[in-house]
Design a binder for this molecule. Structure first.
Ligand SMILES: Cc1cc2nc3c(=O)[nH]c(=O)nc-3n(C[C@H](O)[C@H](O)[C@H](O)COP(=O)(O)OP(=O)(O)OC[C@H]3O[C@@H](n4cnc5c(N)ncnc54)[C@H](O)[C@@H]3O)c2cc1C
Length: 456
């Protein structure tokens, strides 16, 4: 087995972590990464500067033995800090216990940690500035271009894992061979990264232990804390229309827009104009595709298989979960790559589709519902039902973020729970009015007992 070679395309978050797991199983791993080595050159990590890490991402990091190091890089976020138009701040906790928090982490630092850990295993080599252009499955060759010299060359492979992100070249190669279902659904909204720096004494200018949201209906601003006491701020809004990226064309319009919709941010965002007009506008889309594998030759995981919109903070978490389940299947079907690849797809695809749906739904929750009285009542009621009937009821957000039951199951149970919440909250204005014996009857008749963390 030690002789078997695995070729990974892409040394992003998922590729680097996957290399750690493969190396631990004794494979010779080569990763080809299009970009320069972010440890040598200061390059943008691509996309968001920081990310929310949750339980599904933490579990694989623990299994890889990396969590002790990762812990030092984390800032806990206890809930959503909602900023009203008038500048009031209200914390809506994500969970009910101390442990039910999510964590802000730097994308670049986490990526570097995973790359270092992979290389430390001894049987992993990362080749930077190597762009995968095409795959020839007949001759088992990958066509690369060296981005420094411009030279193109062929490289032999035994098995490829495509961890090359949402515009995956490996996906394209697989789908040229197999009749494919390759669906890219644009959201029609984009994002722009901005920042709130530390104050003059080097302190945070807002509560660091929260994910800040300025929900404004059709669009929103969010902010996640960084270790240097700054916040990375992201504006999400439609591409076109009255309130849209298209409508903000100059500094005056930008100032007016922020003055009108996010007035409390102006004093703490001194670089707003520069950042807004210099930083790229990122498009958002969902990628759903199949197949994820070609024979026993290539498999897609991470964003290459399932890019989702970022509103549940689950893209990376889901990709890390792919890696862990892939590793479990390698153990189960040792050496039978066709079974390993096929079962990874069978196991993960319905779950990736489920989190894709929940991520789109969560955009509406974040930008709009969090201001709605009925939503807040149902949210508190969900916590109360979890306390009273913990074997049956767990709020959907908690199932996704704090537990590891399959996403598909979280989506399914979430729909039933939502109907129960609607029914119980229909004619009431506070939780004390709920008939909890009726609640118990309908919960126990409609929901089975919940297994929150199925795999060890
Ligand atoms: C605004 C925003 C916020 C987000 N927030 C969160 C969050 O809070 N929590 C969360 O869990 N997820 C979040 N995500 C999603 C997360 O960023 C992705 O799910 C995650 O980066 C996927 O990792 P990956 O390794 O599969 O792909 P990527 O991170 O895209 O890495 C792919 C790698 O492959 C390389 N590559 C690409 N093409 C080639 C090629 N042809 N040849 C060689 N190399 C190639 C790339 O250079 C890159 O290094 C967010 C995404 C966005 C856009």
């Amino acid at each position: 087995m030690a002789q078997q070679k695995i070729t990974l395309i892409g040394a992003g978050l998922v590729g680097s972590l996957c290399a750690v797991f493969l190396a631990k199983r004794g494979y010779q791993v080569e990763i080809f990464e299009r970009r320069a080595d972010m440890r040598q050159e200061k390059i943008s990590a691509g996309r968001s500067i920081n990310l929310a890490l949750a339980n599904r991402g933490i579990h694989p990091l623990k299994k890889a033995g990396l969590m002790q190091q990762v812990e030092k890089m984390l800032i806990p976020m206890k809930g959503r800090m909602i900023h009203s138009l008038e500048g009031e701040q209200t914390l809506q906790p994500y969970g009910q216990t101390e442990a039910e928090v999510i964590y802000s982490v730097s994308r670049a630092d986490l990526n570097i940690l995973c790359m270092n850990a992979a290389e430390k295993e001894g049987n992993v080599t990362i080749h930077f500035n190597q762009n995968c252009l095409a795959v020839n499955f007949e001759s088992n060759e990958i066509l690369f271009r060296d981005e420094i010299t411009g030279k193109e060359y062929q490289h032999n492979f035994e098995h490829i894992i495509g961890t090359d992100g949402s515009a995956s070249a490996v996906r394209e190669a697989i789908h040229q061979k197999e009749s494919a279902n390759n669906n890219l659904e644009p959201l029609g909204h984009s994002y722009k990264e901005l920042s709130i720096p530390a104050d003059k004494d080097g302190n945070f200018q807002m509560d660091p232990n929260a994910l800040h949201i300025w929900p404004r209906g059709g669009y929103m601003l969010i902010a996640l804390p960084n270790m240097d006491a700054s916040f990375t701020v992201t504006l999400f809004m439609p591409n076109e229309g009255e309130i849209s990226f298209d409508a903000v064309k100059n500094k005056t319009q930008l100032q007016q827009f922020f003055q009108q919709h996010f007035p409390d941010t102006l004093a703490i965002m001194p670089d707003l104009s520069d950042e807004f007009f210099n930083n790229p506008t990122g498009k958002l889309a969902t990628v759903r595709c199949s197949p994820w594998h070609y024979q026993d030759k290539a498999l897609l995981i991470g964003d290459a298989a399932h890019a989702i919109v970022p509103f549940h903070g689950q893209g990376m978490n889901c990709g890390f979960e792919d890696v862990f389940e892939f590793d479990c299947l390698i153990k189960q079907y040792s050496g039978d790559w066709l079974k390993i690849f096929a079962h990874t797809e069978i196991q993960r695809k319905p779950n990736a589709d489920a989190i894709a749906d929940m991520a789109i739904e969560n955009y509406i929750t974040m930008r709009d519902s969090v201001r709605d009285e009925k939503y807040l009542l149902k949210n508190s009621l969900a916590f109360e039902l979890e306390k009273r009937f913990p074997d049956y009821f767990c709020p959907r957000y908690s199932m996704v973020m704090f537990h590891r039951l399959p996403y598909q199951e979280a989506l399914r149970r979430g729909k039933i729970q939502d109907e129960i919440l609607d029914e119980l909250a229909k004619d009431i204005i506070e939780i004390s009015q709920v008939d909890f014996s009726f609640a118990q009857t309908i919960i126990e008749s409609r929901l089975s007992k919940v297994l929150l963390n199925p795999t060890p």
